[in-house]
Design a protein around this ligand. Sequence first.
Ligand SMILES: NC(=O)c1ccc[n+]([C@@H]2O[C@H](COP(=O)([O-])OP(=O)(O)OC[C@H]3O[C@@H](n4cnc5c(N)ncnc54)[C@H](OP(=O)(O)O)[C@@H]3O)[C@@H](O)[C@H]2O)c1
Length: 432
Amino acid sequence: MAATISIGLAGLGNVGAGVYKNLERNGDLLAERTGHRFEVVRVAVRDLGKARDVEVPAARLTTDWRDLVADPAIQVIVELIGGVTEAHELVKSALEAGKIVITGNKALLAEHGHELIALAEKMDVPLYFEAAVAGGIPIIKSVREALVGNHILAIYGIINGTSNFILTQMARRGIDYRTALAEAQARGYAEADPALDVNGWDAAHKAIILAWLSYGLWVRPNEIVVDGIENVSAADIRLAATLGYTIKLLGVVRLHEDRRIEVRVQPTLIPSSHILASVNDVFNAVVVHGDIVGETLFYGSGAGQNATSSAVIADLADAAHNLAKNPGCQGFLPSGYYGQAVTVDETVSPYYIRLRVEDRPGVIAQVTSVIARHDIGLSSLVQPKVEGGGPADLMLMMHAAPFGRMRAALGELEKLSCVTEKPILMRVENFA
Ligand SMILES: NC(=O)c1ccc[n+]([C@@H]2O[C@H](COP(=O)([O-])OP(=O)(O)OC[C@H]3O[C@@H](n4cnc5c(N)ncnc54)[C@H](OP(=O)(O)O)[C@@H]3O)[C@@H](O)[C@H]2O)c1
């Protein structure tokens, strides 16, 4: 007879409802595979009167998640309320009560992961978070378990579905950022407030978690470079395409030779021939380079009710195994084998610059002399034909240089009298 695992589910929104529904749907399969039945015995929500697409007996509902933590019968708490402050309090109290915790909350982990993992270790209970990075793609388990024998040399990820949808639509249809964002909202891909998706921070939270898993180092949010897609224009996408590049919001986590770690999330030009360039719409993909395994690729749905609840259910199976066979075991936890974060100014890459300039003689000489003064190599300069006079775009592809040097050059370029708008700077990633 399958033993029952009693779950307290905090949050019955998009993901929480998916967990509830899919545990019912595949309960028999799970019982056969894991030897356990998973029963959601209490559910915390904010609003008891809200219409929902899952039917939960009224007696199981509460508006106070503390009821879940205080219930001695509950063995596992699933935190899916989102946000940071209250979720932090919830996860902390659940761990302190000795309960296994599962969360999909990347913002919480990026901000408080250091403290929460230490607390879980101290209390000798596991904290699982497969759903926190790339939704349904099993990237946490893969890095944590399957690739444990590798030095992770680099991780490259398209890890925000909303931004990827927007950039895909802009590239396919030549539409501008605002129109593509409105479409993402109309289709339910972007939140009413899409800030964290489009400003790069949702992806950055995930990159911070991947960096910790790979290197045992919690990089602080102020140590990483994060730019969103708000300033990417249809013109940049078109111009990049003429040079054989596709613009993606790319998360990069990379090990330097001195064992320091680089973490950044920025709109980046990647070769259109690279496999990540064909990851379109709301899909996510993560490339992991290990020193033994070489290159591995993970692709799938990075968000959404079913995909994300699949990841939570995988954590529930681990929790059941833990309770039955190995109570208290944390599994592999990365430690501080590697060093500190690389500062932004030290990060090196090639760059793309678009300058809007007056269309008159001498402009190119002024621009190239600034670049030469900062000792940065120029690999190509293109000036697309301007119809009927007026300002022109200059598109420059620069050789690899430290960001600090590039930033100084850009500051000078911006001040040139011939430059009429704030220059656009983007990284180029050749995956070398
Ligand atoms: N959506 C995705 O595709 C996705 C993917 C990966 C990870 N995640 C993460 O999963 C978490 C949940 O996301 P979601 O999209 O499911 O959010 P959501 O749809 O906004 O649902 C949040 C749920 O939490 C409840 N809630 C909020 N504050 C509460 C409180 N103080 N006490 C009790 N209940 C509370 C809400 O109650 P009411 O229903 O009564 O308002 C709602 O049911 C977030 O951390 C998110 O980052 C989401």
